[in-house]
Design a binder for this molecule. Structure first.
Ligand SMILES: [Zn+2]
Ligand SMILES: [Zn+2]
Length: 253
């Protein structure tokens, strides 16, 4: 018995020693990653990730299919400006690419080893600069039921990677909504209409709020969140997401 537990202890010790000496591996291809690298991502995979870059709409962050010319307001914002002051993302969301895989593995399969990578993207210099004017950070909330299913709120874990005060319980989801995935833009708007409320509006009154989420798809969710925050007295809302869905046919470069 004693011998068995001694053997187990030695085996555990060997495992720890291996973990310590083994190189960090890229989450996507398994290549060794420099020990001082900010995220478990090799340079070759990093190079395949498409960054959100100009030209885009300075208001909603929409990427233009025509990759020439300067930033300019998009037709949607000219017609009906969104309630938030501006929205930006770090990387382009590619459903079958690295960014899609990282977000889905993290969110739906609870693979928390992807969190440092997502935070690494979210805290790139352009994102920090975008977040700088804000007084506080509010993650897009999950409904209690979804939180129980998933075990964590991905937006909250991402928000905590940013410098600044995170208000965890201020913005709440007042009703359970079906997942936005698979819904068309109109159905997405309907699905989240009046689904959010602010508890303790004094916390956001007169403040510039940074609203954080994992992916910006049609913007229906962050629009509704922004409306609730502004109705509660927030001075302005800026939206920051890790990834952004590009219009169909988008090609980087
Ligand atoms: Zn790799
Ligand atoms: Zn726009």
């Amino acid at each position: 018995m004693l011998l068995t537990s001694l053997r187990d202890s030695l085996r555990n010790l060997a495992h720890y020693a291996l973990d310590f000496f083994l190189p960090r591996l890229c989450l996507f291809c398994g290549e060794a990653v420099e020990p001082q690298a900010a995220a478990p991502l090799c340079p070759a995979c990093e190079a395949r990730v498409v960054r959100v870059q100009s030209p885009l709409c300075p208001r909603c962050g929409r990427l233009f299919l025509n990759r020439a010319g300067p930033d300019r307001p998009c037709g949607f914002c000219l017609k009906e400006p969104p309630p938030f002051a501006a929205a930006r993302a770090a990387v382009v969301y590619e459903e079958d690419g690295l960014t899609g895989r990282a977000i889905k593995q993290f969110k739906y399969y609870r693979r928390l080893e992807y969190l440092p990578l997502l935070r690494h993207w979210l805290t790139e210099p352009a994102c920090l600069e975008f977040a700088a004017p804000c007084d506080l950070i509010v993650p897009v909330p999950l409904h209690r039921r979804r939180l129980q299913e998933r075990g964590f709120n991905q937006a909250l874990l991402l928000a905590r990677g940013l410098p600044g005060r995170v208000l965890r319980h201020t913005l709440v989801r007042t009703r359970h909504t079906q997942p936005q995935t698979g819904l068309n833009p109109r159905a997405r708007r309907e699905n989240v209409r009046r689904a959010f409320a602010v508890r303790g509006p004094e916390a956001v009154h007169g403040q510039s709020v940074l609203l954080v989420d994992d992916v910006y798809t049609t913007g229906a969710t962050v629009r509704e969140c922004s409306r609730a925050l502004l109705a509660a007295g927030a001075r302005e809302v800026r939206v920051l997401t890790v990834a952004r869905v590009a219009p169909p046919g988008f090609r980087a470069g």
